[in-house]
Every structure is written in C-alpha cells, then in structure tokens.
Design a binder for this molecule. Sequence first.
Ligand SMILES: Nc1ncnc2c1ncn2[C@@H]1O[C@H](COP(=O)(O)OP(=O)(O)OP(=O)(O)O)[C@@H](O)[C@H]1O
Ligand SMILES: [Mg+2]
Length: 503
Amino acid sequence: MYALEMMSITKEFPGVKALDNVSFKVKKGEIHSLCGENGAGKSTLMKVLSGLYPAGTYSGEIRIDGKTMNFRNITDAEQAGISIIHQELALVKDMTVGENIFLGREPKRFGSIQWDQLYAETRKWLQAVGLDVHPETKVHSLGIGQQQLVEIAKALSKNTRILILDEPTAALTESEVEILMNLLQDLRKKGVACIYISHKMPEVFFLSDSITILRDGQSIATLDREEANEDRVIALMVGRELTERYPYVKHTPKEVVLEVKNYTVWNKDKPGMKVNENINFKLRKGEILGIAGLMGAGRSELVMSLFGAYEGKAEGEVCIDGQKVKINSVRSAIQAGLALVTEDRKRLGLVLGMDVKTNTTLASLPTISKFGVMNNNEEIKWSAKYAKELKTKTASLETRVGSLSGGNQQKVVLAKWLMAKPKILILDEPTRGIDVGAKYEIYNLMNRLVEDGVAIIMISSELPEVLGMSDRILVMNEGKFVKELKREEANQENIMQAATGGK
Ligand SMILES: Nc1ncnc2c1ncn2[C@@H]1O[C@H](COP(=O)(O)OP(=O)(O)OP(=O)(O)O)[C@@H](O)[C@H]1O
Ligand SMILES: [Mg+2]
C-alpha cells in the first residue's frame, strides 16, 4: 500500500514545462529520495504535493492512502498529513521559536492565546529534535541549522505523515546533519513517510529505501536501495556517464597577489570574542587555495571580513600586489580586485526581482558599457555566454532570477563573479545545492580563470571537492589555521584530523 501516489502530474509555467507526466509513489514509512539536476522539477513536484500549487493549476492525480485528493491550499495538504520544509527557509524572523511553530494554530481558550501551554508544547517539540534553545528566543538570533530544526519541530507538531525535506542539509553543520539523520530514521520507525531531496549522494545513499530520478521534468526511474549505486543514479540524472568528477589540471602558481598578516577578527555579536586569531597566509596568482574545516570554524567570517562585509572588528595587515590596502566596505573590496561568492546568495549575491542578464552583468558594467552607456547587446551576449557555459536552466535571459530553481540561482551568482574577472576570487561553498553535472562545469571554469591568472580561494565543506580541486590546502580549526598541506600530501584523514583539533 502506498502512502502517496502522484500520477501523470504535468505542470507548466509560462515558457517552461516544469513537470511532464510525472509519476511518483512513496510507500508508508519509507525514506524516498528525489534526485535530479538543477531545474529537473523536484521542488515543483513537492509544491504541487503540498498544496502550494492548488488543484487545477496542474494536471494529474494525487492519492493519499489510496484516496484521491484535491488540495485547494497548503492547509488542505497539512490536514492530510503533509508537511514541507522548503529549500529556502520560511520562518518569521521577528517571532519567537514557539510563535513560529504554532503560527495560525495557537492554543486558545475563550479566544485568547494560552502562552504557557504554547511554550510548554514548544519545549517538548524542541526536545524531540534535540534543539537546545529557549522557546521564547527570536528566530533571527538562531543559526541556519537551528532554524532548520525549528522547521522540523514545527512539522512534527502537526502530526505529519508525509514529511518533505527539500535540501535540508545544505547549511547544516556536521553535528546538525547527524541529528537530522537520526531524527529521520526515528520517524521512519514510526511509520512516517519521508521525501528527501538532496544533491549530496552520500546522504541519499545513507538514508534512502528508494530513489526516484527526475530529468527535465520527467520521471526517469525509481530504484530500490539495493539496485542503486552512485554512478547509476548520476548517470540517470545527467543522461550520460560521468566518468570523472574533478577535472583538476596542474597549475603553476606565480607571484604573491594577496598576503594576510596577523589578522584577527572579533565576533560581531559578542565583541569580546575572537572568531579568527592571528591569521597569516599568502595567495599566489594562478593557484587554487582550498580552505577546509568544520562548519562554524570561522572560515566564512574570515573571508567576509577580508571582503569588508563582516560587521565584527578586524585587525591586521592585508597586502594586495605588495601594497598595503584598507578594505572596509564591499565597494573598496571590489575596487581592490576582490570578489566573493557566498553561501548566502540572497544577501550578497542576487537581486531576485531582476532578470538573469541584469544580475549576471551587475558587477561588470564597464565591460558592457561604452563611454559610460550600457550596451544592451553586450549585456545579452555576455549573459548568454555564461548561461550556456554553466548550463543555467532559464526560460530566457529576461526571466526573473527569483523564479529560477535554487541551483540555477546559484549559477547566476557564480556567473556574475566569473564575468567580473577579479584578481582574487573567493568562493565560499560554491557548489552547494548544485547538481553533479553543473559542478563539473564550475570546476572547468575555475581552471580557466586560474590559467588566466586569477587567484582563487575556495572554502568547501565537501572534502572530496577540496581534495579534488585545490593546489594547496589550509585547514582551519576554531578560527585559526592549524595546518597547511600540499595537494600531494593531503587526504581525508589528515584534513579531518587537523579540522577537529587533532595533532
Ligand atoms: N514560479 C516559477 N515560475 C516560472 N518558472 C518556474 C517557477 N518555479 C520553477 N520554475 C521552473 O521550473 C523548472 C523546475 O524548477 P524546480 O525548482 O522544480 O527545479 P529543482 O529540481 O528543484 O532544481 P534545484 O535542484 O536547482 O532546486 C525550472 O526550469 C524552473 O526555472
Ligand atoms: Mg529545488
């Protein structure tokens, strides 16, 4: 008996057939992964299921426990036991944890909210997900991982029978991922069906009982755990064999372009606390310097601070091309030749209301202008070039970036900075949320930039990526660089050992 059957689902947007006759069935109490390239239709299928796209805006049939459903809205779907945790978190930042969990369902007596009861129940659900925060904490003061767990607590509190997680671990720390994995396995035992969307193959294989692959809006195959392996799933996703994952080419590093001396950064919220201490390193033209470390080690704070985008105080010396520079704003960083692609594409990356071509060329206006006047043809030419190279899936270059799939938004951020051809390109988790095929294209572009003399710093929590693409690796632990490894001597073990504070 299936908990869920989605049959012949077709969903169109202007100019895009996002789902084309998709069939998707999930058994009771199984963890079922949904895999596919960026723009394959995963999130759209789940939005159909969760009532966000109501009956009538798509064709096909949804059955829950064998019964046909016609959801008019999210509430209908919730009443049928479906909860979704979206790719982009959707909590109300200015409300407390408890208010968020019970939003619209506050326990009431004689018309007034029973706050004691609300917070008591909140405590219970927070405990269930292993999140140790006060129920009255405002959501904006939580980390992304903690917010994710609040979303899950919220889903659990609604007596969910089908839980949908759309790339839940993209921003979680290792220990948060572990909590989540355990939680999902507990839920499976309780008979909850779970639909898991992720580009991280190890997680998919660790968790799944079944795997369904979408490609270009079509359901390509459903495999049992036993018959699936990484290569097979990837081949079904991209429609071809992908023999090599990391197209590394040996670079020849040249002169030092960036030197950081005795650099210390203080926490923006707790000014007495250091997030980075006594950082010293050099970066050469034509090299890829990988920065490894656990999430929360202080890698992002360091590069944000170097880029003039971190609010905490910083002290130390930064030299570019041998000249001492003072970078205290993003503008001065860009002028000094720096570019930063962050993990948080909304804050430093994209203007979601503007279209693909505008976003792509935003940091390269001189390239597409003549005598200070922007040339539309140039704008189109350049943005088309990058959309093609990165295989960005978009209906047109005039499409609003906000309507692209998550991974394709990330590609536009990358295109913007790749096009700007900075002296120093800092990539913070550049391939997070990006499918395997597109990752490969990004690595190729990185190689080409490095050959053109750009220096790249790449922060990544995916060790295979750091090992696969770096010429040299620095490992950070608790805000300090604790080890430097040449490409040849680095491996998972010695990086992890250094990253976790081992000797
Ligand atoms: N609201 C929308 N308006 C127009 N087009 C849309 C909208 N939402 C999605 N699309 C398009 O539908 C297709 C499928 O997008 P979807 O978000 O489902 O992909 P996805 O598989 O979740 O990808 P990712 O791995 O990048 O998150 C894409 O081509 C996307 O641009
Ligand atoms: Mg998606």
